[in-house]
Write a protein that binds this ligand. Structure first.
Ligand SMILES: NC(=O)C1=CN([C@@H]2O[C@H](COP(=O)(O)OP(=O)(O)OC[C@H]3O[C@@H](n4cnc5c(N)ncnc54)[C@H](OP(=O)(O)O)[C@@H]3O)[C@@H](O)[C@H]2O)[C@@H](O)CC1
Ligand SMILES: Nc1ncnc2c1ncn2[C@@H]1O[C@H](COP(=O)(O)OP(=O)(O)O)[C@@H](O)[C@H]1O
Ligand SMILES: [K+]
Length: 516
């Protein structure tokens, strides 16, 4: 699914009202009723105090609709208007009247002395600011946000946590509501996927409010959130007449004394994802280890304990390089020579990236669409520092464009960057934060390229499957006991899950709530 900017979302709201012949007030009624239903399903009429804080724009309008439904269903509700401006939208005013019509008058909050008492057991619904936030909240509104945050009460944010911009960094972090859960309309917001916002964004889900898909597509958005629906079409079914040559030959280069495990994991993953043939090129000390650990993999050797010569005989279709390789001087020299001469598709990880970062003149030798898979530290060495996550993405896009390479920036929401396009991954969880997890990813992406997946799609698909293994595993095992080898154990389930129709379009289901 696409990720839209605030401006694009406002455009799509307008286009939906025009193209679908629905009024703005009905669209609001529909969206906010879905939020009410979400809450009602979970509370089942329980007598919990619910404080609904409404702004004066359309986010406030949503709050008024939710409050009305809650009142009508007998909930214990206090509704407030946070009166930070004399402006009112028409939809707000209509819903204000509708609330009064059922005999409920919201309390107007104009200053700090009107702040209501909130207990830890209560629920707060945050409908103060949504997509129309134009600057950081100030004055009593900011104080109210801080007051709510200090209560540590459960907060349900409608569309956005108030004070957080959907698509740009906030410097004043003391005026943002810390949401316990967010019900966000139609598309994920970029802000939810960035670690700088982790204090404000806990779990979130997307509520499909029926905005006009055609208008969304017409905008040709460049930021994507990759879910199962986008992954299924990428899958390449196996041809009945295929043979092992059809699925490519991967060469996996890496390892050093004490780090043969890393390259063993990468080789195993390359084989397991379906590369027809796999050869590992390792220091001599890795020979027996690899031959015993993975009989299916062929092995070529370099110097005793470190890669030095890079003079393999294998003629592969793709090369995955870097895990466990080290950055010793003689390895770096051999690697530099290899990079300058190589013309084959590459996936570069770990020390392969670190050596490039030490000698950036090498970058121009990388074949077009080389995949680099840095974790945040490796990325920093490669592209330099950044002031905030948005700037990081801007620099990374420019880097991808300058060198014609595909960046896989690993993290909670791994993002694949190809020029100005970004693909955020939806799968994965902290079980993956374990030694060797990245080595496996390198193998998966390499093995997919060997089978004919274009590098960009191999990266998107590989990252999705890698994360999915952990999501499936965690229902059966624990975070603690999940190791990098578990990724390979659950890889068959992750692939088979693609054919499990029931879970398609699962974003929005509780099962797929996203946790940061
Ligand atoms: N049909 C639809 O369109 C649908 C819309 N929907 C809902 O609408 C929401 C967007 O509504 P919205 O555009 O009215 O913006 P919202 O966030 O309520 O507030 C804007 C107001 O706040 C003001 N303001 C901003 N920052 C401020 C600050 N720091 N301090 C003080 N004031 C500040 C700003 O004033 P201004 O910037 O002009 O000064 C303006 O008056 C969206 O998130 C979703 O919940 C859904 O119902 C689905 C259907
Ligand atoms: N909290 C998390 N949620 C989702 N994925 C995670 C999380 N932590 C780590 N990962 C994933 O685990 C992998 C770790 O890779 P990396 O840091 O290179 O590990 P290693 O060097 O140990 O192999 C990446 O794919 C990353 O996206
Ligand atoms: K809000």
């Amino acid at each position: 699914m696409y990720i839209l900017s605030s401006k694009q979302l406002a455009q799509v709201d307008k286009a939906t009202i025009k193209n679908k012949a629905i009024t703005s007030i009905d669209l609001m009624e529909h969206a906010a009723t879905l939020c009410f239903q979400w809450l009602h399903t979970r509370l089942q009429g329980q007598n919990i105090k619910i404080h609904v804080f409404c702004g004066i724009g359309n986010n406030g309008g949503d709050g008024l609709v939710i409050a009305r439904h809650l009142f009508q269903h007998g909930y214990n509700v206090n509704c407030y208007i946070v009166n930070f401006s004399d402006k009112r939208t028409d939809e707000f005013l209509t819903n204000y009247d509708r609330l009064k019509e059922i005999g409920e008058w919201p309390t107007v909050i104009n200053n700090e002395t009107n702040f209501p008492k909130i207990s830890f057991e209560d629920i707060v619904i945050d409908a103060i600011f949504g997509n129309g936030l134009s600057r950081s909240p100030e004055g009593f509104t900011k104080k109210l946000i801080q007051y709510i945050n200090n209560t540590k009460v459960f907060t349900l944010a409608i569309d956005m946590p108030s004070g957080l911009f959907g698509d740009k960094s906030v410097t004043k972090k003391d005026a943002i509501l810390k949401a316990g859960h967010i019900l966000s309309f139609q598309t994920p917001k970029l802000a939810f996927l960035l670690s700088e916002n982790k204090e404000f964004v806990n779990t979130w889900e997307i509520i499909d409010i029926g905005l006009d898909e055609e208008s969304i597509n017409n905008l040709q958005p460049k930021i994507n959130f990759t879910t199962k629906s986008e992954i299924i079409p990428l899958y390449k079914p196996k041809d009945k007449w295929s043979h092992k040559g059809t699925f490519g030959h991967s060469l996996i280069i890496g390892g050093s004394f004490g780090k043969i495990g890393a390259i063993t994991l990468t080789s195993k993953a390359t084989l397991k994802i379906g590369s027809g043939l796999v050869t590992a090129y390792v220091p001599k000390c890795g020979y027996n280890i690899l031959q015993i650990a993975i009989p299916e993999v062929m092995v070529e050797v370099d110097d005793d304990k470190l890669l030095t010569y890079f003079n393999f005989k294998t003629k592969p279709s793709v090369i995955g390089i870097g895990p466990g390789m080290g950055t010793a001087e003689k390895t770096a020299l051999g690697y530099e020579k290899f990079i300058k001469e190589n013309k084959l598709p590459l996936v570069i990880d770990a020390d392969g990236i670190n050596i490039l970062a030490q000698n950036k003149t090498l970058l121009k030798y990388l074949p077009k669409n080389t995949v680099l898979t840095p974790h945040p530290k490796e990325l920093e060495r490669l592209i330099g520092t950044w002031k905030n996550d948005y700037e990081k993405l801007t620099i990374a896009k420019q880097f991808s464009k300058n060198y014609n390479i595909i960046l896989v920036i690993k993290g909670t929401y791994t993002v694949i960057i190809d020029n100005e396009f970004m693909y955020f991954n939806s799968t994965g969880n902290p079980a993956l934060a374990t030694a060797g997890s990245g080595d496996i990813l390198t193998g998966i992406i390499t093995g997919l390229i060997a089978q004919g997946y274009k590098p960009k799609y191999a990266a998107i698909f590989g990252v999705y499957l890698h994360g999915k293994t952990a999501d499936i595993a965690i229902q059966e095992t624990s975070y603690e006991t999940f190791t990098a080898s578990s990724i390979l154990e659950y890889l068959p389930d992750a692939i088979l899950d693609l054919f499990n129709q029931e879970q398609i379009n699962e974003v929005g289901n509780e099962e797929n709530e996203s946790t940061t």
